[in-house]
Design a protein around this ligand. Structure first.
Ligand SMILES: [Zn+2]
Length: 97
C-alpha cells in the first residue's frame, strides 16, 4: 500500500440538483466526496435540461451540510489540518470515528 499524498484544494459545491451543499475539491472537478456528480456547463444529462445550471463552488466550508461528505476522510482531514500541511498522515485516520 502506497500512501497517496494528494493535496486537495477543498471547496463547498452545490448545484440545482443537490439538496445539500457537498464537499468537493478543485482536483475532483464536479465530483463530490460522497460520490455525487454535480452539474457542469453544457451537461448532457437530464436531456440537457440543466445545461446552463453549472454547479457553484465556495471556499467557505462551513456551508457544507451533506452528512455523507462530513463523514468522509477528506472532511476530517480538513478539520485536522491535513490539507493545510500535507505530511503523509496515516490513511486510517478515518477509522477513529
Ligand atoms: Zn455529499
Amino acid at each position: 500500500m502506497t500512501t497517496t499524498t494528494t493535496t486537495y484544494h477543498l471547496r463547498a459545491v452545490t448545484d440545482e440538483l443537490a439538496a445539500r451543499t457537498h464537499l468537493g475539491a478543485t482536483e475532483m472537478k464536479n465530483r463530490t466526496f460522497c460520490g455525487v456528480n454535480l452539474l457542469v456547463k453544457g451537461d448532457p444529462r437530464f436531456g440537457g435540461r440543466y445545461k446552463d445550471a453549472a454547479f457553484t463552488a465556495s471556499t467557505d466550508l462551513e456551508t457544507v451540510d451533506c452528512g455523507a461528505c462530513k463523514r468522509g476522510a477528506a472532511w476530517k482531514g480538513a478539520k485536522g489540518g491535513k490539507y493545510a500541511a500535507p505530511e503523509g498522515k496515516p490513511k486510517n485516520a478515518e477509522a477513529s470515528r
